[in-house]
Design a protein around this ligand. Structure first.
Ligand SMILES: [Zn+2]
Ligand SMILES: [Zn+2]
Length: 330
């Protein structure tokens, strides 16, 4: 039996839970989990916010571990190899996005690590090897964990939307995602501005290379604004912060719908888009990019056995950017 920590009902605390691993298919690998970071999506799943969670639910989708078993048709992985797993654990492979290398947009068979199976707060996970990523040599394993979801989520839109290295990028919300976005945009050559309603958080982005702005009104026109915030946003205020042709991209999920004055879209030729995780190819690119530019998440660590305390810290917004849990089962 595999030991894990699970929520047994909506909003419950996590309690020890044992399960049998699903059978290994030809394309799967079994990973012995070493680290699993906590993401806000785990809390949304535990709390049943999105209506997609099934209980018992084993959260965790920023997983780092070692391959201990390999399916018959798995290519490119070996036993003992250190790998990572993120939010997505499968796709149909046949729809238009899948056949265009955009598996994260799969329309008919998207699988999520801790929704369609048991997640990373367990001893072992079984994952389709097409959604398993080799951790490059020289990368500290513990630092790779938050890149699996938070890192990919901000790298993917920066890679797609940052069109030149002389652009100005604004990052709204300097937390687990935002502090990585600042480092990545900076490494891509952009001038980066950090906005956070908590001034210490905006200030902390200064050491990461951003210009902290508690009052965004003083910002010069931005070419790209990336919002990692899930708070209510004043859409027109932020559209006014964009330069002509500027793009506002949502990666956080604020309440309600987007509504902006038509003039921003017409006269300023500005646009609004969104982004959710990223493709397997982007994940591999992101890991190499972070290795080359020495981009690392700022983390706190706790053992798996203190997961409820760790979740409380995440809920309270007290974590120093990202909480990574370490497997402490004997
Ligand atoms: Zn598909
Ligand atoms: Zn996540």
């Amino acid at each position: 039996m595999i030991r894990s920590y699970a929520a047994t009902a909506k909003k419950s605390i996590l309690t020890p839970f044992e399960f049998t691993l699903p059978p290994l298919t030809d394309v799967d690998v079994v990973i012995a989990v070493k680290y699993c970071a906590l993401c806000h999506s785990d809390i949304h799943l535990i709390d049943g916010d999105w209506g997609i969670a099934k209980y018992p639910l084993v959260p965790g989708h920023e997983i780092i571990g070692q391959i201990v078993q390999i399916g018959n048709k798995v290519a490119g992985f070996s036993e003992g190899q250190w790998v990572g797993v993120g939010w997505q654990s499968g796709s149909c492979g046949q729809c238009a996005p899948c056949t265009h290398g955009m598996e994260h947009l799969c329309v008919t068979g998207k699988k999520r690590t801790c929704v369609n199976g048991f997640g990373g707060l367990s001893e072992k996970v079984v994952i389709d090897s097409r959604f398993v990523y080799a951790i490059p040599d020289g990368f500290e394993l513990i630092s790779a964990a938050p890149l699996m979801c938070a890192g990919l989520t901000v790298f993917s839109p920066l890679e797609r939307l940052l069109l030149s290295d002389v652009q100005r990028v604004g990052v709204i919300g300097i937390g687990g995602l935002g502090h990585l976005a600042v480092q990545m945009a900076k490494a891509m050559g952009a001038e980066v501005y950090a906005f956070d309603s908590v001034s210490e958080k905006a200030k902390s982005a200064e050491v990461l290379g951003a210009i902290p702005l508690h009052d965004p009104k003083s910002a010069p026109p931005m070419n790209l604004i990336l919002s990692t915030s899930s708070a209510q946003l004043d859409w027109n205020f932020w559209m006014e912060r964009l330069d002509f042709n500027g793009v506002f991209c949502l990666v956080g999920y604020p309440p309600g719908d987007v509504a902006v004055a038509n003039d921003h879209l017409l006269d300023g030729q500005k646009s609004i888009t969104g982004s959710v995780i990223g493709s397997p190819a982007t994940m591999r690119h992101m890991l190499q990019f972070c290795l080359r530019h020495s981009i690392r998440p700022h983390i706190e660590t706790m053992p798996f056995s203190r997961v409820n305390e760790a979740l409380d810290r995440v809920r309270a917004g007290k974590v120093n950017f990202r909480m990574v849990l370490e497997n402490d089962w004997k």
